[in-house]
Design a protein around this ligand. Sequence first.
Ligand code: BG6
Length: 484
Amino acid sequence: MTNTFPEDFLWGGAIAACQAEGAWNEGGKSLTIPDIMKYEVIDRSKPTKQKIINRETIEAARNDEDPTYYPKRRGIDFYRTYKEDIALFYEMGFSVFRLSISWARVFPNGDDAEPNEEALHYYDQVIEECLKYGIEPLVTISHFDMPIVLIDKFGGWYNRKLVDLYVNYAEVLFKRYKGKVKYWITFNEINMSIKAGPKTLGILNEGQANYEEMLFQGLHHQYVAAALSTKLAHEIDPDNQIGCMVAYFTTYAHTCAPEDVLAMQEDDQLRNLMYLDIQAKGYYSLFAKKYMRDNHIELKMEKNDLELLKTYTADFIGFSYYMSMVSSANAENLELTAANVTNVLKNPHLEASDWGWQIDPKGLRYTLNHLYDRYEKPLFILENGIGALDKLNDDGTVHDEYRIAYLAEHFKQMREAINDGVDLFGYTMWGPIDIISSGTSEMKKRYGFIYVDQDDLGNGTKKRYRKDSFYWFKDVIATNGGKL
Ligand code: BG6
């Protein structure tokens, strides 16, 4: 039993280009789905409503040049502030920083013959800045950042052409950052696709009778693209480590009635494991096949697709963990609470965040053991954290003891899991600096150790302030988890 984390454990934070960079129409970048997500005042006492993304909303936003109500267009201006922000990460002692690259910056027309040098030059500088401080850059190739041009020209991931375009894009990155970036994630939270098809797959719901089949087909194309990219990454540099990623929806049976346990098993399989089985084990699971059979989903595959999936599996398993949920065979009259992208059943044993996400540190230990036992591959927690309403005081302080409590409890459970024998090699806290919320486009849903003085509509000085959790996390890293 040890009180600290493994010596070479990677501690850090994670952000996404589309929630942080801003500069939505600069440097040659073209429009993306996040750029058209309109800000709306939300009622946090009610379960989440899915945002509609269709041709109409895209067209309306495309013709609206005013960024005020499109917070992701401005992000936190990381495009220009990356030096100041990375210096703050260094001050906390980060050994890893997860960032994503914007596909629409690098290939603004989707199918350009050559990548946009201005975009690559920008990412060269961000990556060099990390390396200067001895921070390992961990890159997500595609993080909820669908270029709209790929929807207009090809209909999104339903079209197999996107496999070639993505692999070409990935190849540019692997070659450019050879020897500089070692850890890569092919797709952020690939399992969000079925619930958020337009956002992650660029497949618009236009009343097609086979819409669900189209989503599964789009996902199949992403699996193939990930497998081919993994192959290429290893050929270009055998040191490359490629991770797959899901948002893990840990779930418990509502009661010990056998039908609730079966509902839990099915939820775990269909929301989480089927995606990992394909990317980490290399095949469509029994549950995936049954689901597709029962729902008349027939995938079009090329001759060697299954062979590719089997051969080029991920080197490590990445996942995000924010909350847990409950499964029931008779859910109709049970109370709901908000969760990531979707609503879930309420668990009376758990507290929830200001946004209704159920806080469950022990569920993280359970999940780590569950995943390591099943896949026997190294694990990386790519996202974890709490979105909260922080208050900036007149003296520039932010007392976020709730964030410290949330993280401390999760870190203790990570330590337990490591002591259980789980190979967990890194942790990137979500949103180490406040950024725009992915789900609600709010700025006031803050995750950071660093407060950014900016409101939902972009007003504020944009100045950065260290919250109490900043100093606390610095101590956690300095003692390698010894002082929790
Ligand atoms: C994950 C995403 O699903 O959850 C992030 O990968 C996102 O992009 C995070 O920001 C938290 O969600 P939200 O909606 O609170 O920003």
